[in-house]
Design a protein around this ligand. Structure first.
Ligand code: DPM
Length: 311
């Protein structure tokens, strides 16, 4: 095996660094003779903070600069939050590893003055911060009396905006808060019957050059089979619906033995239309399960809903 230094590409946010250094530490344990180095980069998504996520578009917003570096051989692999990784990757790159997933659910984080409240008891007109169209559509569907307001920035920035009184509550991924050691900020885990999570949420995706067997053999030791199968089904569902990371599409998966259950939903931005269905199949055919569910929702009108949003 190689004696050179293996370079790991990462974004600079605190969450990205926690995730990347976890991967580095695990690989150092597994391969004590190899040397790893983290190379940090800024992405478009880190730089443009005054524009709503859905308006910037989604083609590799948080990944492209890292991908360019790998293609130029400046780095060897990149660690991403899997939900930020587009379902179609640039030519020459591949998803080489999916790590064990944390809780994929969304979490409600409230301002201190609402510490005795839950989603059902927050007052009429409460200002809820999110820039996820998926969270927006589903919460509007169930709680049309809230006032939804865009919020951008990394997890720490968002928590600071909440604490300063700009919002009554915000919605964040439980996994991000857990990895940042801020589980105490999770006020309520939002049940999946109210908010289906994003494709890949809570798992890390490690991207590398296609066919780089040396790197693949290294990163594969961190792969979690059940998480991989679930996320492959979720990603096939999103890819088939041609949804990027900024569409009101949510999922939930479950795996027991070889049986994989995928639930997915597509909603209109006002939350008025919400299509949801479930496909169950063999986890060895994870992609097909995602494709089948996408086609099922298409028959019910998913394409019209998505086309309206695009306009
Ligand atoms: C993507 C979305 C968001 C991030 C859209 C979505 C949330 C944006 C927002 C694709 N990426 O979820 O529908 O709420 O305004 C992001 C987070 C994590 C990865 C933060 C979060 C950490 C959790 C994980 C931002 N990307 O969702 O609270 O690893 O899944």
């Amino acid at each position: 095996m190689t004696s050179r230094t293996i370079r790991i590409a990462s974004r600079k946010s605190q969450l990205a660094l926690v995730q990347t250094y976890w991967v580095k530490a695990e690989l150092e344990k597994a391969f004590p003779n190899l040397t790893f180095e983290v190379v940090t980069m800024e992405t478009q998504g880190d730089k443009i903070l005054d524009v709503s996520l859905s308006k910037i578009g989604d083609k590799g917003l948080f990944t492209q600069e890292l991908e360019d570096g790998m293609l130029k051989r400046e780095t060897d692999f990149a660690v991403h939050s899997l939900k930020d990784l587009p379902t179609n990757l640039p030519q020459g790159l591949m998803l080489g590893c999916v790590t064990k997933r944390e809780d994929p659910a969304d979490a409600l984080v409230v301002h201190a003055k609402h510490k005795d409240k839950q989603l059902d008891t927050l007052p009429q007109g409460a200002v809820i911060g999110t820039s996820s169209l998926r969270r927006l559509a589903q919460l509007r569907h169930h709680f049309p009396h809230f006032n939804f307001k865009d919020i951008r920035g990394n997890v720490n920035t968002r928590l600071a905006k909440l604490d300063s009184g700009d919002y009554d509550a915000i919605i964040l991924a439980a996994a991000g808060l857990q990895r940042l050691d801020m589980s105490d900020r999770i006020h309520q885990i939002i049940p999946s019957n109210i908010s289906l999570h994003a494709v890949g949420q809570g798992a890390l995706g490690i991207e590398c050059r296609e066919g780089d067997q040396e790197i693949l053999a290294i990163i594969k030791v961190l792969e979690d089979g059940p998480t991989r199968d679930r996320c492959y089904a979720e990603r096939a569902f999103l890819r088939t619906l041609e949804g990027g990371c900024q569409v009101p599409i949510g999922v939930n998966t479950n795996i027991e033995g070889d049986t994989l259950t995928l639930t997915g939903m597509v909603a209109s931005l006002d939350g008025q239309k919400l299509l949801k269905d479930t496909v169950i199949g063999n986890s060895h055919h994870a992609d097909q399960i995602g494709i089948d569910l996408a086609n099922l929702l298409r028959e019910k009108g998913a394409d019209q809903i998505l086309a309206e949003i695009e306009r």
